[in-house]
Design a binder for this molecule. Structure first.
Ligand code: ATP
Length: 234
């Protein structure tokens, strides 16, 4: 299938110094690509660059064939990208419903969000700040979902959450990709759980791609993944 997101020879970093080099990553509609790697490998830096929040040091990011605007993040969002950052970036004093309305206003948006995250139903009038960690993560995803993105970029949704909750939320991410045809790039430390819902995985080590493989192959042969993770540093 044709890709909706394409990173081509992407060099990503800070002050023109790349920490990620030569990343070629594509995602098709409805496809989940897990972006994996040890701490400091460059996953968040790659995601922020795809989202238009960091200018690339080199290479390109396109959505539906059009270059992402790295000077104006709102234009990147308008081109169909939605970032769910690891700190969730919720408005903690505003209600759940108000937070969702930042993705899209109206009752239809709220009921769409609640159809994917029914646990939020009894919480819609509460300030986001009083939600549990899992509920806050659901809210961050719901807000992104109702914006109707072509591509969702999700950074470490498991941060601080119990594995059973992570598993549930990742299941919803799979449903969103299947139902809506949303392409997803998923950065995740819970590698096994990520591989359960992902179609493909790209592994970074020290800023270089060291492995790219279908998730089903890696599920069956975890040794290949370990080699990707640790091979270069052993
Ligand atoms: P983690 O899982 O720990 O978040 P990561 O794979 O997401 O790791 P990044 O956060 O992208 O890795 O960091 C990649 C490299 O870029 C690291 O060496 C980090 O120290 C460096 N780095 C991250 N943020 C900045 C910044 N704002 N300025 C300069 N260097 C940075």
């Amino acid at each position: 299938m044709t890709s909706i997101l394409a990173c081509s020879d992407l060099h990503a970093g800070y002050q023109k110094r790349p920490v990620v080099r030569g990343l070629n990553l594509e995602a098709a509609p409805g496809e989940i690509v897990a972006l994996l790697g040890a701490n400091g490998a460059g996953k968040t830096t790659s995601l922020l660059t795809m989202a238009g929040l960091l200018p690339p040091v080199g290479g390109t990011v396109t959505v539906a064939g059009k270059p992402v605007n790295h000077n104006r993040p709102y234009l990147a969002a308008r081109s169909g990208l939605a970032l769910v950052p690891d700190d969730k970036c919720l408005f903690t004093t505003l209600s759940v419903a108000q937070n969702i309305s930042f993705g899209r206003r109206g009752k239809a948006a709220l009921s769409e969000a609640l159809s994917y995250f029914p646990a939020l139903e009894k919480r819609v009038r509460l300030p986001a700040g009083v939600l549990s960690g899992g509920e806050q993560q659901m809210l961050a995803l719901a807000r992104a979902l109702v914006a109707g993105p072509k591509v969702m970029l999700i950074d470490e949704l498991s941060m601080g959450l119990a594995p059973v909750i992570v598993q549930d939320i990742l299941g919803v991410v799979r449903r969103i990709a299947d139902d809506k045809g949303t392409a997803v790039v998923l950065v995740e430390q819970h590698v096994e759980m990520a591989l359960r819902i992902a179609d493909r995985a790209v592994v970074l080590a020290h800023g270089d791609v060291v492995l790219e493989e279908s998730a089903s192959v890696l599920r069956e042969d975890p040794g290949r993944l370990r080699q990707g993770y640790f091979g270069r540093t052993a």
